[in-house]
Write a protein that binds this ligand. Structure first.
Ligand code: HPA
Length: 234
């Protein structure tokens, strides 16, 4: 057992999907995994292991934001020797050509995070996806005709930013969407020599003000789950 995950070594697969929402972890286990077993419910942050296409895979909730995913990613890499970590989450579009429900693969994750600012002593580290996972996910999505968008995203420390137009600077420099976790996942994967990828579904648009319902966020967005699972077991 680690501090925040009530699993024994071996209970968690080498490849793990990481939704922020614990109920999305349950949704993936209930709808996509065979023989899924729940290995943790500490703090109601659920984790399951089952099989997909005959291969062992886990899905672990992370909570929202960099400090929360940092706890789970650290424990998964350090205590459970996880090799592949694929975040599945929602993001807000900051690009006019990226619409709600679009799939976005984060090639890199800029951040305003105090965590990396502190970790690197003010230097600017560039959190980057695993090229191999990104290429695999791209090939899978394209083969299904899903036209994913790939590029830099932003992992912000605050959902409610001090200035509502803060996203415009990131957009000007080519970022596609904002979320709150991938930069830390990529940074920790690099630290531990593991592979990570962030696959996002656009749940709202800061450009147009459109959004999806919380029920849709929790229970749909199944394309990203399928791409992530197929990538995880590839
Ligand atoms: N900001 C930050 N994270 C998000 C957003 C957003 O607008 N939408 C979904 N995740």
């Amino acid at each position: 057992m680690s501090i925040h995950i009530a699993a024994k070594k071996g209970d968690i697969a080498d490849a793990v999907l990481l939704p922020g929402d614990p109920l999305r972890a349950k949704f993936v286990a209930d709808n996509f995994l065979k023989d899924a077993v729940q290995y943790t419910n500490v703090r109601n942050i659920l984790g399951y292991t089952g099989t997909y296409n005959g291969k062992k895979v886990s899905v672990q909730g992370t909570g929202m934001g960099i400090p929360s995913i940092s706890i789970y990613a650290n424990e998964l890499f350090r205590e459970y020797d996880v090799k592949r970590a694929i975040r599945i989450g929602t993001a807000g579009s900051i690009n006019k050509d990226i619409k709600i429900r679009d799939l976005v693969f984060a090639m890199s994750a800029c951040t305003d995070s105090g965590v990396n600012n502190h970790r690197f002593g003010g230097r600017n580290y560039a959190p980057t996806a695993s090229f191999s996972l990104l290429k695999t996910a791209w090939d899978i999505a394209v083969s299904k005709g899903w036209e994913p968008k790939v590029g830099p995203i932003v992992s912000e420390d605050t959902f409610y930013t001090e200035e509502p137009d803060d996203w415009k600077l990131w957009a000007k420099y080519g970022c596609l969407a904002v979320e709150m976790e991938s930069a830390e996942l990529y940074t920790l994967a690099a630290k531990y020599g593991r592979e990570a990828l962030g696959i996002m579904t656009i749940s709202d648009s800061l450009v147009t003000g459109e959004s999806t319902s919380s029920e849709e966020r929790q229970n749909t967005f199944t394309r990203m789950m399928e791409v992530a699972l197929e990538t995880a077991v590839s």
